[in-house]
Ligand binder design. Structure first.
Ligand SMILES: [Zn+2]
Length: 130
C-alpha cells in the first residue's frame, strides 16, 4: 500500500479503518485535482485493477475545482475525509447501497477519533498536516 504525493497525511486515518474494510486490497492512494477549465465534480474514485476487484487504486480530489476558475485551493479536511471514507467503503460494498452508506459513516466515526487524537481543532482547516 503506497501513499503517493500529497496523500501521506491520510495514513493514520486509513489505518483506523483496518477492522472495517480489507485494506490490503488497496495498492495505492492518489491525490488529484480537476483542471480549472473543467466543471466535472468528481470527489474521488475506487478503481479496480482486476476483474474480481481484489486490488484497487483509491484517488481523492484534494483541491477545489472551480474557485472562480483562477486557482486551486485545498478542500476542507472534513470533505477530503468524507471522500476517503466513501471510497474505502467501496472496497467492501461496491454498490451505493444503504450498507455502503452505513459503512462510510462507521469509517467517518473512526476518522473523527483519529482527528481528535491528532489534536485537530477545526475540521474545516485546509492544511491537513497537523
Ligand atoms: Zn461511490
Amino acid at each position: 500500500m503506497k501513499y503517493l504525493k500529497g496523500t501521506q497525511w491520510m495514513e493514520p486515518y486509513v489505518a483506523s479503518a483496518s477492522r472495517l474494510v480489507p485494506l490490503h486490497r488497496v495498492v495505492n492512494f492518489k491525490a488529484f485535482r480537476v483542471p480549472l477549465n473543467k466543471t466535472i465534480q468528481t470527489d474521488g474514485s475506487c478503481q479496480p485493477l482486476d476483474e474480481k476487484r481484489k486490488r484497487m487504486t483509491i484517488s481523492i480530489r484534494l483541491w477545489t475545482s472551480n474557485d472562480k476558475r483562477t486557482r486551486h485551493a485545498p478542500i476542507p479536511l472534513v470533505e477530503a475525509l468524507d471522500s476517503l471514507a466513501h471510497e474505502l467503503a467501496h472496497i467492501k460494498q461496491w454498490e451505493h447501497t444503504p450498507k455502503h452508506t452505513r459503512l462510510q459513516a462507521r469509517i467517518m466515526k473512526r476518522f473523527s477519533e483519529v482527528a481528535q487524537n491528532l489534536g485537530v481543532k477545526d475540521m474545516y482547516m485546509r492544511n491537513y498536516n497537523v
